[in-house]
Ligand binder design. Structure first.
Ligand code: PEP
Ligand code: MN
Length: 272
């Protein structure tokens, strides 16, 4: 693989510093949570309030949504980013949101702390190169049909333009299996650590499509050495405008957080 910038050269691993003591990578286990999409002010405020009270420091919420059907909710666009940023600000959270179009990067820049590149755009090389010109962390999701090599080379595209503040995110791949939305490929966690110096987090929401699988797969993500997880959570998942089936309510989120602490302790004991 032709990696130069993001290659694991045996030296220190990349740490993504978001400011205010919030760092991704190395010894941190980062939890990113929030709704699939920002739907309205009340919804994102309720999410920010509940999640920040649990100690979660990064709020997610899509504003530009890549939906299968053009007739379903497409997100609130810049207005959604504004609502997300304000909710984050009120609760001292950093925010992340997906960008799909290079023409939206400039306008989105001031609203988000991390640009998310979604699975469907992992090989949108124009977008990768453009986002690589900004001084802003990028979370790059794995394409749903991307090999590890294609994925890390997509990250190298971003880095080659000057921006090496990249977080990789495993979100499941398409396989013959239809019971789950995707097949969450946790194998990549140690492989990405071997190959690159970048942090890798896991998204068990998109990775499975089923809320009951989030808890066990989050446990596994901690145990396998991921640098964090991204989990969809909504004040009322049954009424969510997108991805409600793979979104936790806040009580369920609390249970996942206590699991994370327990497995982290096990891992610390194992490694000491
Ligand atoms: C999302 O995070 O809501 C999303 C659309 O994810 P993915 O690109 O992994 O499908
Ligand atoms: Mn989603």
């Amino acid at each position: 693989m032709d990696m130069f910038i993001i290659k694991n050269d045996g030296n220190s691993r990349k740490i993504i510093d978001l400011g205010d003591g919030i760092r991704i990578g190395e010894r941190e286990f980062t939890i990113i949570s929030g709704p699939c999409a920002v739907e309205n002010e009340e919804q994102i405020e309720l999410a920010a309030e509940a999640l920040s009270s649990m100690g979660i420091k990064i709020l997610r919420g899509g504003a530009f949504k890549p939906r299968t059907s053009p007739y379903t909710f497409q997100g609130l666009g810049l207005e959604g980013l504004r609502l997300l940023k304000n909710a984050g600000k009120r609760h001292n959270m950093k925010v992340i949101s997906e960008v799909m179009d290079p023409r939206d990067l400039e306008a989105s820049y001031d609203y988000v702390d991390i640009f998310q590149i979604g699975s469907r755009n992992m090989q949108n090389y124009t977008l990768l190169k453009e986002v690589g010109k900004f001084n802003k962390p990028v979370l790059l999701k794995r394409g749903m049909a991307a090999t590890i090599e294609e994925w890390v080379m997509a990250a190298e595209y971003i880095a080659s333009e000057g921006n090496d503040k990249i977080i990789l995110c495993e979100r499941g791949i398409r396989t013959f299996e239809e019971y789950t939305r995707n097949t969450l490929d946790l194998t990549v966690v140690p492989i990405i650590k071997e190959l690159t110096n970048l942090p890798i987090i896991v998204d068990p929401s998109h990775g499975t499509g089923r809320k009951e699988l989030i808890r066990p797969l989050t446990r596994a993500s901690v145990a396998i050495g991921a640098d964090g997880v991204m989990i969809e959570a909504h004040p009322n998942p049954c009424e969510a405008l997108s991805d409600g089936k793979q979104s936790l309510n806040f009580e369920e989120m609390r249970a996942v957080l206590s699991d994370i602490e327990a497995i982290k302790n096990c891992m610390d004991n194992l490694n000491s």
